[in-house]
Design a protein around this ligand. Structure first.
Ligand SMILES: C[S@@+](CC[C@H](N)C(=O)[O-])C[C@H]1O[C@@H](n2cnc3c(N)ncnc32)[C@H](O)[C@@H]1O
Length: 319
């Protein structure tokens, strides 16, 4: 997975349109930038309007969210827009046409005072897969990187066994039951949150929590808009849903966390898919059309069986 996604020829290292050419995320929806902008205003107030406020788009793809946020904020709060430092972080190449206000970086800056958001990052952080064999023993799945053919290898190491016992117990489960090990995701999230001096970090992802883990795992691939077998040959995305409750527990005890869904959190931020009043169509047809288009974008983000079901893990550090 590491080599297939992030090696020199890896899926995410290639030039071109980036993730958006293969699948659609919330970051490709303009109302998402507005939602994140509204959250940024709350974070600014919480931090007492610091002289410089940071916004870090972690695992930014081609910087779509950072660019959308800059545009939204310039109209919504020009004073804050002047105080804002925006950094888009990704291992992929810097995209053309990024607004001047956005700095491109391969690593998140330290000492962040503000908001860091990681949309669909942790599902792409490498994870091993464990599977129960015919004797009920849990073994690590090995895969042929050229063909995707799988076989069962050795047993999980001590750290993996401890993680499984705590977060995704499968010992003695039926043949073929799988668990996707979240150790690297926990560590990635812990180190991202550690970049905050004062502020809020948000991980937004396909997620599950204890008691509702998917029995046969979620590992899959995406290419050119289609779901494909997860062959780790660099030709497709490789992704697995995230145990966000384990990520939350990996943080230091003084960091408070909230785990909710995109649908519920966007509602709190005042984003809803309700249509504008029909009477507006005759008095202000353009405004009505804009309202309709915004409502359908909001509906996509809050759809209970789609993006609305994504997990939002918020971490409050030093604030
Ligand atoms: C599914 S894409 C999401 C892109 C964007 N956030 C969005 O929602 O459209 C995952 C991105 O994570 C990036 N990524 C993975 N690990 C990273 C890391 N350690 N540092 C920076 N970017 C990373 C990949 O290069 C890829 O662009």
């Amino acid at each position: 997975m590491e080599r297939a996604l992030y090696g020199s020829q890896g899926f995410y290292r290639r030039p071109g349109g980036g993730p958006a050419t293969h699948f659609r995320t919330s970051a490709h929806n303009p109302v998402f930038a507005e939602a994140v902008g509204r959250l940024l205003l709350e974070v600014d107030a919480r931090l007492g309007a610091p002289e410089r406020l940071d916004f870090v788009d972690m695992a930014a793809g081609r910087g779509e969210l950072a660019a959308g946020l800059v545009e939204w904020l310039a109209a919504a709060d020009p004073e804050l827009a002047r105080r804002l430092r925006v950094v888009a972080v990704d291992l992929g190449p810097q995209p053309k046409g990024l607004p001047e206000a956005v700095t491109w970086a391969a690593e998140a800056p330290s000492g962040i005072v503000g908001l860091l958001i990681a949309n669909e990052w942790l599902d792409n952080v490498v994870c091993d897969v464990a599977e129960v064999d015919e004797d009920g023993t849990v073994r690590i799945v090995e895969v042929d990187p050229a063909t995707g053919t799988e076989r069962l290898g050795g047993e999980p190491d001590e750290a993996q066994q401890a993680w499984l016992a705590q977060w995704w117990p499968v010992v003695g489960a039926e043949l073929g039951t799988r668990a996707e090990l979240g150790l690297d995701r926990d560590e990635a999230w812990r180190s991202a949150v550690a970049k905050l001096a004062r502020g809020v970090a948000v991980a937004v992802d396909y997620a599950h929590t204890a008691g509702a883990r998917p029995a046969f795992g979620t590992l899959t691939g995406y290419r050119d808009g289609h779901q494909v077998p997860p062959v780790p040959d660099g030709s497709c995305d490789i992704t697995a849903h995230v145990a966000l409750d384990a990520c939350a527990a990996a943080l230091p005890p003084d960091v408070e966390t909230t785990l909710t869904t995109q649908r519920d959190y966007l509602k709190l931020l005042g984003i809803s898919g309700s249509r504008p009043d029909l009477s507006q169509a005759s008095t202000d047809p353009l405004g009505y059309l804009r309202g309709l288009s915004r409502a359908s974008a909001a509906a996509e983000l809050t759809e209970p069986a789609g993006l609305g079901a994504f997990g939002w893990l918020l971490a409050y550090s030093g604030c």
